[in-house]
Design a protein around this ligand. Structure first.
Ligand code: NAP
Ligand code: ZN
Ligand code: ZN
Length: 346
């Protein structure tokens, strides 16, 4: 299928227009017209090889919302005209314990990412969502509620689910104190979800200018972290903290914020290892853990939750020729709060 998109041809180069052929539909596949594709910081990390060697040409993009334009013979979940969402993975082994439990993102054999990998045949490069068309197995796509603004839905497919899943897993809700580190694409979704779940929610940000936005999104407190000693009065008071920061930071002051049996979940992935002061973990029996996106069933649950609570991402819609500037602005924490590419601009 002829597809028009944008690709990185190497880690050192800006992205540029790129035409390519998508695979033809297999029996279980649907084709979609891409309406919007979000720009996740993970796209930037990978296009710039900050996570190690990458596969080029790379068409990034794993926050995709579209409309179904074709269905193959065995498709029953979607019909032409349906709204459809595609996230961070497009396949998995379908039989391991994780896949059987609906946790395809933790597939023991490894999930198949939406881009920067090969499909499960081992030879077809997986091209992501910065383009006008996409093909996916129906089992790995989800339905999008029709009442939501679609540009704001695209980021839910990664930024949304990546914060929804740990908030649910670690029981964020009424009576719990939750901290969100970093108010970017992921962080602002974490804030909206934590607030909707009824938790007392504090944002930790190195950008003082984001305070009024954070409060409007439901933050109970906003703490500027430029002076890290500002955290001290809050030590030993949080149940759950989600770290969405995309840069290397010292985790220790944030671990100190946890009360007895509190948990800090690392979500941001700058690429270099963190140094951990184990003494801080021993004290208060604190836990340090990680979390990665969410499974297909949970993606659908999250989208339904968003439909019911009218939650979408705050976005700046751009045309494809602005992708490189959008990358620079994202790295500079200068985006409110997700860039989303208009699929019609390819
Ligand atoms: P983003 O929109 O760029 O947001 C990151 C935020 O981190 C910024 O808005 C900023 O918030 C804060 N920050 C950036 N540089 C900082 C610095 N030098 N010091 C302190 N804070 C800084 O990125 P994103 O798309 O939300 O992604 C965040 C991270 O999560 C990335 O590393 C990404 O690869 C990773 N990720 C992980 C998963 C997963 O499944 N675990 C999924 C998607 C993405 P303030 O301005 O408020 O300080
Ligand atoms: Zn992402
Ligand atoms: Zn599996």
């Amino acid at each position: 299928m002829k597809t028009k998109g944008y690709a990185a041809l190497s880690a050192k180069k800006a992205l540029e227009p790129f035409n390519f052929d998508r695979r033809n539909l297999k029996d279980n596949d649907v084709a979609l017209e891409v309406l919007y594709a979000g720009i996740c910081h993970s796209d930037i990390h990978q296009a710039r090889e900050e996570w190690g060697p990458a596969i080029f040409p790379m068409v990034p993009g794993h926050e995709i919302v579209g409309r179904v334009i074709e269905v193959a013979s065995k498709v029953s979940k979607f019909k032409v005209g349906d709204l459809i969402g595609v996230g961070v993975f497009i396949d998995s082994c379908r039989k391991c314990s994780s896949c059987s439990a609906g946790l395809e993102q933790y597939c023991v054999e490894g999930m198949t990412g939406t881009y920067n990998t090969y499909e499960r045949d081992g030879k077809t490069i997986a091209f992501g969502g910065y383009c006008d068309k996409f093909v996916i197995d129906q089992d790995y796509a989800v339905h999008v509620p029709s009442n939501l603004d679609l540009s704001g839905v695209a980021p839910l497919m990664c930024a949304g689910i990546t914060l929804y899943s740990p908030l649910k897993n670690w029981g964020a809700g009424k009576g719990k104190k939750v901290g969100i580190m970093g108010l970017g694409g992921l962080g602002h979704m974490g804030l909206k979800f934590a607030h909707a779940l009824g938790a007392h929610t504090t944002v930790f940000s190195h950008s003082p200018s984001k305070e009024s936005d954070a409060k409007a999104m439901g933050a109970d407190d906003f703490v500027v972290t430029k002076d890290i000693t500002a955290l001290k009065p809050m030590y030993k008071s949080f149940d759950l903290i989600l770290n969405t920061i995309s840069a290397d930071i010292d985790l220790d002051p944030y671990l100190q914020l946890l009360k007895l049996d509190g948990t800090l979940v690392v979500i941001g992935l700058p690429g270099k290892p963190y140094a951990i002061n184990v003494g801080t973990l021993l004290d208060q029996r604190r836990s340090l853990t990680g979390s990665m996106i969410g499974g297909v069933a949970e993606l659908q649950e999250m989208l339904n939750f968003c439909g019911e609570h009218n939650i979408v991402s705050d976005v700046e819609v751009i045309k494809s020729d602005y992708i490189n500037q959008a990358y620079e602005r994202t790295v500079a924490s200068d985006v409110k709060y997700r860039f989303v590419i208009d699929g019609k601009s390819f």
